[in-house]
Design a protein around this ligand. Structure first.
Ligand code: NAD
Length: 476
């Protein structure tokens, strides 16, 4: 990146920081007005958003774009708008009764952090750039967004929309590839939100560490699904088919692999196949079925299937009309079920992020849990079944960012549920109130009592009464 471009990043950061300091603490009305402007921006530009995303993802469903990218983002912003005044109130803290009886009080007050950097991935180019703004703007901050270069039409539209709705001192979009992203993540932001792969997150965190910038990392991983022996097979199959194939598996919380109780494995695979065919009676010519981003991503999936097959997997390709699987004619990749998988297959090592579903069976739940816990922490884990003991084991023993019982992926539809991973799948949480908290500096405030009788007893010269008090406090 040229030096002048690099200085442009610093210039925007300075403009935002100066303006933030000059304007002082934004009141609830200002924050709500900015949030309102943001949701109106998306609503007013909905046709352009659909058009831009369909240029990045050829033949992606307009309904899915409107549902996931526009409706999902608008409802997140509106939720924060309706709650922000309440969240801005100081949160009282409980002190020991002795101090409270003397009149001391404590509370948390929320200050904006300042300027927040947002690095977004390609798979949800509008939602993953704009949804974080709900918490960022709600908490009173300014924002600089670096969208993904892999969805260039959506990124260009985002810049145009933001420019026409916000002053550069409020929200700005920075375009560019990996070099710009590296410069961007090295800026001395007041907070940095990165959404993307675990591999790049390590570089992002190292860059942020140079300036001790606090980070929130929203990453991916291999989200497991367990089908318990008493699961409602038909319902689980329908929900799994939908959750695995929405956006063709290119969602961070997409089910990655499946553990089925051996007693129902055959039945379940049959029901899953039927559910997929019911929801997607064809693949290549079906608007409801999402394409892969590009031919490189398509080829990566083909290579995963070939590698698994070569190493002994049985491959079931669900392609009801036997349409050609050829990236030259269509980037739609049918769902491939992989049976008899083993750990040496690449598909069991990396996040799939597409329509391939490895399937394993288990006899005792502990086998599935031990397997999951032997791998990097998943972003989410799913269990179908009503056995309370099994549910408790999953809640207590599987280390993950979120758990859903009797469904997959739907946790992301609720602003009230904090979102984030653990370890390899991420660090920190946002969405809803959690977003407001993450992008706020939570200041501890103590309002000391003006009654000095007790407090003066703590000051030198130390007395026998103080010694007796200490003895009493630290005795067994
Ligand atoms: P990507 O390639 O679009 O990269 C994400 C961003 O990182 C881009 O803006 C890119 O410019 C930037 N980047 C690339 N190299 C960089 C570097 N060296 N330093 C700084 N920034 C750099 O997206 P991706 O990584 O392919 O995204 C897919 C991953 O994101 C998957 O693992 C998926 O699970 C995860 N994801 C997570 C969430 C979540 O909310 N947890 C949401 C969506 C996607």
């Amino acid at each position: 990146m040229a030096g002048s471009d690099s200085s442009k990043l610093y210039e925007v950061l300075k403009i935002q920081r100066d303006s933030y300091r000059q304007d002082g603490l934004p009141d609830p009305k200002t924050r709500m007005e900015r949030l309102h402007r943001l949701s109106n921006m998306l609503i007013d530009n909905q046709d352009k958003i659909v058009d831009a995303e369909r240029r990045d993802f050829k033949e992606k469903s307009p309904t899915l774009i409107r549902l996931a990218e526009i409706m999902g983002t608008v409802s997140a912003i509106r939720y924060t708008e309706s709650k922000v005044e309440e969240w801005m109130q100081p949160v009282p803290l409980e002190l020991s009764s002795e101090y409270e009886s003397l009149g001391a009080r404590a509370q948390i007050v929320h200050q904006p952090k300042g300027v927040v950097g947002v690095v977004a991935p390609w798979n949800g180019p509008i939602i993953l750039s704009c949804m974080p703004l709900a918490g960022i703007i709600g908490a009173g901050n300014r924002a600089m967004i670096k969208p993904s270069e892999l969805a260039p039409h959506s990124a260009a539209l985002l810049e145009t929309m933001i420019k026409s709705s916000f002053d550069e001192s409020e929200v700005a979009v920075i375009q560019g590839g990996i070099e710009v992203a590296q410069e961007f993540t090295g800026l001395p932001f007041d907070h940095l939100l990165y959404t993307g792969s675990s591999r790049v997150a390590k570089l992002v965190m190292a860059a942020a560490a140079e300036n001790l910038v606090p980070v929130t990392l929203e990453l991916g991983g291999k989200c497991p699904v367990i089908i318990g022996a008493d699961a409602n097979v038909m319902l689980a199959a329908e929900r799994l088919a939908y959750g695995k194939l929405i956006h063709a598996g290119q969602v961070c919380v997409s089910p990655d692999y499946l553990f089925i109780h051996e007693a129902i494995a055959e039945d379940f695979v049959k029901s899953l196949t039927q559910a997929v065919v019911r929801q997607f009676p064809s693949v290549c010519d079906n608007t409801d079925y999402s394409p892969m981003l590009n031919s490189a991503h398509f080829a990566r999936l083909q290579a995963l299937v070939s590698d698994a097959e070569r190493k002994g997997a049985e491959v079931v390709c669900i392609n009801p009309r036997n349409q050609p699987i050829d990236p030259e004619s269509s980037l739609k990749f049918p769902l491939h079920l992989l049976l008899n998988v083993s750990d040496d297959m690449n598909v069991m090592q990396e996040e799939i992020f597409g329509p391939i579903l490895p399937i394993m069976t288990y006899g005792r739940l502990s086998e599935a849990i031990d397997y999951i816990n032997s791998k990097p922490n998943p972003l989410s884990a799913y269990y179908f079944g009503s056995d309370l003991e099994e549910r408790n084991s999953i809640c207590g023993e599987v280390t993950t960012g979120s758990i859903v019982f009797d469904d997959v992926l739907c946790q992301i539809f609720h602003e009230q549920i904090p979102f984030g991973g653990i370890g390899n799948s991420g660090m920190g949480r946002y969405r809803g109130r959690e977003g407001f908290t993450t992008f706020s500096n939570q200041v501890s405030v103590l309002l000391q009592t003006d009654k000095d009788e007790v407090l003066k007893g703590l000051r030198p010269p130390y007395t026998a009464e103080l010694q007796a008090f200490i003895d009493q406090q630290i005795s067994c």
